[in-house]
Design a protein around this ligand. Sequence first.
Ligand SMILES: *Cc1c(COP(=O)(O)O)cnc(C)c1O
Length: 361
Amino acid sequence: MSHDILGSVRRAVRETPAYPFEPGERAIKLDQNESPHDFPAELKEEALRRAAAREWNRYPDLTAEGLRTKIAAFEDWDPQGVVLTPGSNVLIKVLIEAGGIGQRLLTASPGFAVYNLEARMLESQLTEVPLEMGDQGFATPVAGLLEELGRGGPGLFALLDPHAPTGTVTPDGDIARLLDAADAAGWLSVVDEAYGGFAGTDHRGHVRGHAARLSLRTFSKTWGLAGVRLGYALTSPELATELRKLVPAFNINVLSESVIEVALERPEYMAAAVQEARRERERMMAALREQTHWEPLPSRANFFLLRTPDPVAAAQALKNRGIRVRPQHTLPLLAGCLRVSVGSPAENDAFLAAAREIAPR
Ligand SMILES: *Cc1c(COP(=O)(O)O)cnc(C)c1O
């Protein structure tokens, strides 16, 4: 008798590909939009001291109330409206569980892969509106999204600002129109602000006082703590109460709690890194624009899209020189594109030297 031994794994899960990432040897890593700078050694020591002083045999707070209160104070937000998860990618899953299962998920495409993959596995009805091409590169398809929002929820509307993988921002007035239209038609809305610090944007004002809106934030990018895994939502106490039911209890461990506590007390450590990322992004793009082989597309984040005639060969040639970037050419609209993260000045110099070598003379 033969049967499929994993036959009870839902078809939607089996037919969805895994998160698209290829781990590689240690190299100049310009492929995950991480900070090139580690958490300062002195702050690491302080975090470890605090972690050591905790009781590791005891469960942590049920919903990390202590850390939640500190993040709330830092963000000037009601602690009842804060939800913490180990990485904001967990929060994306929770949002789709709350508002997407058996309902709709609306977003612009191409976007952050996690929304698409979770929607497919959780069998949410996914509507992806293609990005538009404006004179400043890719742009949020405002008219197309408004049309879909008007068709009605219930469901989850995800707006990424800055958008990923483009790094472009949506004008403030358009964000207001989109969120108003979403409220009017009964959607939950998430504004994913993972890269907000690099662009100098902040959409708390669009979320405060609106029960069905949420700002999604993370310590992975501007704070340079991707390895610690902490993401959070700023939303209404009503929506937060529902989302917290979906987050497994005791989800934030005492080690990450200690690290984030220290980071919040010393936020100035990241200001220089954010300034450097902005400066370096402009320097890299200007140098690349001098060669017809490379076409960097406008971005306000710590990464940018780089169009080139043969992206597969370019990614391989960079890899041969020890530099990893993220191919994006198989995504709709992104033919010819690589995504390049901004590294340290020395890493960016190495990238630019390699790019000069690769470009035909
Ligand atoms: C990196 C990123 C996140 C954050 O992921 P974490 O799980 O918090 O590390 C969220 N949204 C977008 C668009 C991102 O690029």
